[in-house]
Design a protein around this ligand. Structure first.
Ligand code: DGL
Length: 266
């Protein structure tokens, strides 16, 4: 039986899921976390459905082995490929990423919205269904963010190269009168400050992480697994060098964390 004192497991293909962890720990300050960055296998976006499934299953087993009471799949690509399968294989609750199309559809004035995500996410049934459900009467521009995950993963966010690549994706959106940009990859919120310098102020950039955090809280309440007296610690694991993970966390918490380095899980 699971108990409230157990940690919440979070995984992503790399450091992107830290954008989700950042919101979750703010909303649930007493929870403990296990964060696994699968940087050795990043990016997931270019991998086959089967590969992402296998990697997601391995990450899940790893987090369960370390005592996770519930798991946040903090990766849109892994959610698209694997969350259904994970729910059928394991008896815990999984919280996946939901592209914030519903919010964009509600807020748009121009009736033109854009979604920036990986190929795996945009092609997945999950996303296609979300689009049909909430935005069938809107003009939706789908843009694969080739190269953006790598920029974040390699700590090249504040570079002219990042600016140039983003312009390539954003300029056509602005020509099409898009006023809502949905970030459909958990790495992209780290690019949000830069994105906002490249678009007019009336255009909103939507990060789904706050909604994911609220969903997690609701699930924990439902399962009576909400921790109200823990010390809010996170144990970090990485299959890469752990360096960027350390820098990103330090930027958020002002302390450089220890990261346990692992070999690739598959
Ligand atoms: N953070 C992952 C996502 O949300 C990045 C995918 C990748 O590794 O390509 O989709």
């Amino acid at each position: 039986m699971k108990t409230a004192a157990q940690p919440i497991g979070i995984f992503d293909s790399g450091v992107g899921g830290i954008s989700v962890w950042r919101e979750v720990r703010q909303l649930l300050p007493y929870e403990n976390f296990l964060y696994f960055a699968d940087s050795a296998n990043c990016p997931y976006g270019n991998r086959s459905h089967e590969e992402v499934l296998k990697l997601s299953e391995a990450a899940t087993r790893f987090l369960l082995h370390h005592g996770a009471k519930t798991i946040v799949v903090a990766c849109n690509t892994a959610t698209a490929a694997a969350v259904k399968h994970l729910r059928s294989q394991f008896s815990i609750r999984f919280i996946g990423m939901e592209p914030a199309v519903k919010i964009a559809a509600k807020n748009t004035q121009s009736r033109h919205i854009a979604v920036l995500a990986t190929e795996g996410t945009l092609k997945g049934n999950h996303f296609q269904n979300t689009m049909k459900r909430y935005a069938s009467d809107l003009d939706i521009m789908l843009q694969i963010g080739h190269g953006l995950v790598e920029l974040v993963e390699e700590d090249r966010i504040e570079t002219p190269e990042a600016k140039q690549l983003l312009r390539q994706y954003l300029d056509p959106m602005m020509h099409r009168k898009v006023d809502q940009i949905v970030l459909g990859c958990s790495h992209y919120p780290f690019l949000k400050p830069l994105i906002e310098t490249l678009i007019p102020p009336h255009v909103s950039v939507i990060d789904p992480a706050p909604a994911v955090a609220r969903r997690l809280r609701a699930v924990l309440k439902e399962e009576q697994l909400l921790n109200r007296q823990g010390d809010g610690k996170t144990h970090y694991f990485s299959s890469g060098t752990g360096k960027v993970l350390q820098r990103m966390v330090a930027h958020i918490t002002n302390t450089t964390p220890e990261v346990t380095l692992l070999d690739s899980l598959v």
